[in-house]
Design a binder for this molecule. Structure first.
Ligand SMILES: *Cc1c(COP(=O)(O)O)cnc(C)c1O
Length: 448
């Protein structure tokens, strides 16, 4: 007897049932995670929700293809379809960012940065970047990361009083340090970054500029934050933070075709980047992720996506304002992007970042504790929390809901009993009551 061939439609449609039938445990965990997302408030600034179309591309047969290399020049056979997938993703990424070159192969945002470092630097070369404890990222040369092991890394700082980048101070430091590469972009910084000034600084000392816009790339695509694409030599981002699949992307603007010499080899800047991608850092790109990136970049071209990025900022400003009105210390006094940083130690004597995060989470409000710049607390205790509005905005919450969220947060942080730097107790009936209120709020704004 011959087995009948399934159509692509039937094959892919049955994906969740296939999981349910073959692995009940994982299926139930997936279901649980879905329930968690639906019934609690997601305020993690580094998260977003991708569309079901993006999920479909991730869970498609495209994931099976091995294809080391780039479209048209692969080491494996049978790549004609995935070549088209990758070309489409590249074209759409270029359009989204207004870039001349796009590389959609990086497995993640950290990997995208590693590719730039690999392409450009020799062992011991100098990097100037924002310190990890100042709002920078591990992949910007932190000592605990691969990127800090082989290079000579100096950090610049935010101002001690204002918590803002001071470009004059950075310029002076760059002049002294003479780095080969300057990295700008941050994970904990709620104000606009002046990429033009960073380029002027880089230009004045003949350094390359890498702008890592992981957190704000959705805003950049929509024009809700100034774009670095023609100022930086390289712009990198993770693709999940702006609402796509997990992964990374590198784009380049007017410098893409610059001829430069690295390790005695002269070629165009983008060619150095491709060599550093494969075989430099990676093998086969995740082609299902690239298919999903193509879907996502198409979504970013829509009016809905663009309007949403502005609303993310509007919601963040509203939430920051409401929290300030309730007596919270919002770092820098507000926000220009999707991110709100709060010094909880200034809200209540003895309150720490870790207690704030854990007590809020027990009440159904999911946030990150963070070390603020010049934070005296350790990384596991910290004085701050970071909130973000991409997910709640995707779920169509607005001003009224931001006010409700602010008062929910205030109620928890007032009520929690502090019993040490990371020990606390929370009244059970209060916790259940708050969880219910959160659940009710969330049930009016389901994921779609
Ligand atoms: C999140 C983030 C990254 C890391 O992205 P991954 O895809 O998680 O590796 C890199 N740089 C900055 C500034 C980030 O905020």
């Amino acid at each position: 007897m011959f087995l009948e061939k399934l159509s692509s439609q039937a094959y892919h449609e049955g994906i969740l049932s296939a999981l349910k039938d073959t692995d009940r445990e994982v299926y139930e965990l997936v279901t649980k995670e879905y329930e968690r997302l639906q019934s609690t408030l997601q305020l993690i600034a580094a998260e977003n929700l991708c569309s079901r179309a993006v999920l479909a591309a991730l869970g498609s047969v495209v994931q099976n293809k091995t294809a080391e290399g780039f479209p048209g020049v692969r080491l494996h056979g049978g790549c004609e379809v995935v070549d088209d997938v990758e070309r489409l993703a590249v074209a759409r990424a270029k359009e989204a960012f207004g870039a001349r070159y796009a590389n959609v192969q990086p497995h993640c945002g950290s990997g995208a940065n590693q590719i730039i470092l690999t392409a450009l630097l020799e062992r011991g070369d100098k990097i100037l970047s924002l310190g990890l404890d100042q709002g920078g990222h591990f992949s910007h040369g932190s000592r605990v990361s691969f990127t800090g092991k082989f290079f000579d890394v100096e950090n610049y700082y935010v101002d001690k009083e204002t918590f803002l980048l001071d470009y004059d101070v950075i310029r002076e430091q760059a002049f002294k340090v003479k780095p080969k590469l300057i990295i700008c972009g941050a994970s904990v910084y709620s104000r606009t970054i002046d990429f033009k000034k960073f380029r002027e600084i880089a230009e004045s000392i003949g350094a390359y500029l890498l702008a890592d816009i992981s957190h704000i790339s959705g805003l950049v695509i929509a024009g809700a934050h100034p774009s670095p694409v023609d100022y930086a030599h390289f712009t990198t981002t993770s693709t999940y933070k702006p609402g796509g699949p997990r992964g990374g992307v590198i784009v380049m603007g007017k410098d893409a075709d610059l001829q430069i010499k690295v390790g005695g080899k002269e070629s165009r800047l983008w060619e150095h980047i491709e060599k550093a991608t494969f075989p430099g850092m990676q093998g086969t790109p995740y082609l299902n992720s690239i298919a999903a990136k193509a879907v996502f970049f198409k979504e970013t071209l829509s009016e809905e996506y663009k309007a949403r990025q502005f609303k993310i900022i509007k919601n963040a400003k509203r939430l920051a304002g409401a929290l300030t009105d309730l007596g919270m210390d919002v770092v820098t006094g507000g926000t220009d992007n999707h991110m709100i940083l709060i010094n909880v130690a200034n809200f209540r004597e003895g309150l720490t970042g870790v207690i704030a995060q854990k007590s809020l989470e027990q009440c159904g409000i999911v946030v990150d504790m963070i070390k603020l710049p010049y934070d005296k607390g350790s990384a596991t205790v910290a004085s701050g929390i970071r909130l973000g509005t991409p997910v709640v905005t995707k779920n169509r919450m607005g001003a009224e809901e931001m006010d409700s969220i602010a008062s929910l947060i205030e109620a928890v942080l007032k009520k929690v009993k502090i019993a040490g730097s990371s020990e606390y107790r929370i009244d059970e009936s209060f916790r259940e009551q708050t969880r219910d209120r959160v659940k009710q709020l969330c049930s009016r704004f389901p994921m779609r």
